[in-house]
Design a protein around this ligand. Sequence first.
Ligand SMILES: Nc1ncnc2c1ncn2[C@@H]1O[C@H](COP(=O)(O)OP(=O)(O)OP(=O)(O)O)[C@@H](O)[C@H]1O
Length: 372
Amino acid sequence: MTYGPDTVSASQPLLQLRSLSHSYGSVQALHGIDLDIAGNEFFALLGPSGCGKSTLLRSIAGFETPAHGEILLDGEPLTALPAHRRPVNMMFQSYALFPHLSVEKNVAYGLEAEGRGKAEVRRRVGEALETIGLTKFAKRRPGQLSGGQRQRVALARAIVKRPRLLLLDEPLSALDRKVRAEMQLELKRLQHEAGMTFVVVTHDQEEAMSMADRVAVLNAGRLEQVDTPVALYAAPRTRFVADFIGTANLLDGTAAAGGILLDNGLVIAADHTLPSGAAATAVVRPEDVALAGAGTGTLSGTVVDTFFLGGTSTVSVQVPGLSAPFTCTVRAVQVPQRGSQVGLVIDAARTVAVEDDRAASRPGAAQETVSS
Ligand SMILES: Nc1ncnc2c1ncn2[C@@H]1O[C@H](COP(=O)(O)OP(=O)(O)OP(=O)(O)O)[C@@H](O)[C@H]1O
């Protein structure tokens, strides 16, 4: 059984967003978004609260009419189609289940509204419940289910209509940590087996990175980077992405020959093509640093904190001239004493240099953006 298109064109993206912009009064929520999403892709829209993720998703679904730009599905403009005529389904954060209807009636609702025959509705609801592992709960009402089970009902209801594209707005946010981790695997399995395209909105970078084939990082209504999770982590293209994805030591200075010149006169080695003297940041992941004896290595400082994490520990080192403690990850057996002097050997081959664009003005950007 396949939920999705019979044929997927290899050359043409399933969904194309062209110069999409949208404002709410004086708040510009989206700035000229250009994005292609392929058929069968698991795609995540990631960013801090207020960056425009929901506005983008709602525009694709047809609940929001963007002020400028175009949305194409299979090369055909969607922009003029109302939400109920788009071959797109949206699963809401709240699940929006009917409390007085059984699970199977909740799932059947959309098909009945389309005027499908009884036999077809029964067969397709049965298939969807089986796919989602809910067959034995078919007669229960949503109030008689756990949070994870309710989330599955919402999913079954979303896939039963076999949309080309399934849009999921923070689909796991109502679940506790353990169920959330299970459902992340489940969503990935479902997307793969059903052969559908999923676009998931989340503010949780671990969730986006663990589920998605590609992730778009949004900041104040603009796309910062669209890449695979590995590329976002290992080769961030902006300071914002480096900071938002995983943990990073961000060493601000200016671009110089062979690296980034810090205010304290030290140069952090890194390949780059930035113009000399430009405000720039060296991005160093904690696992790309080794501890050495005091006075050796790229930087030296005093251990101010250690956090035991099991197989590894995090060590924070205050380096004179750096505003924030430097973080490195070491094997748990190598943890130095708090207060001791250490050297930090930075792996230059893995250090990334990015432009420090914090001072760049972004007229019209949503102002109330906060980090989550
Ligand atoms: N109906 C509205 N009226 C006015 N401003 C709005 C409206 N909806 C969203 N906004 C503003 O537009 C910007 C983008 O909001 P949006 O909901 O798309 O962000 P988000 O990334 O989904 O945030 P969150 O993760 O908090 O849901 C924010 O500054 C928000 O305050």
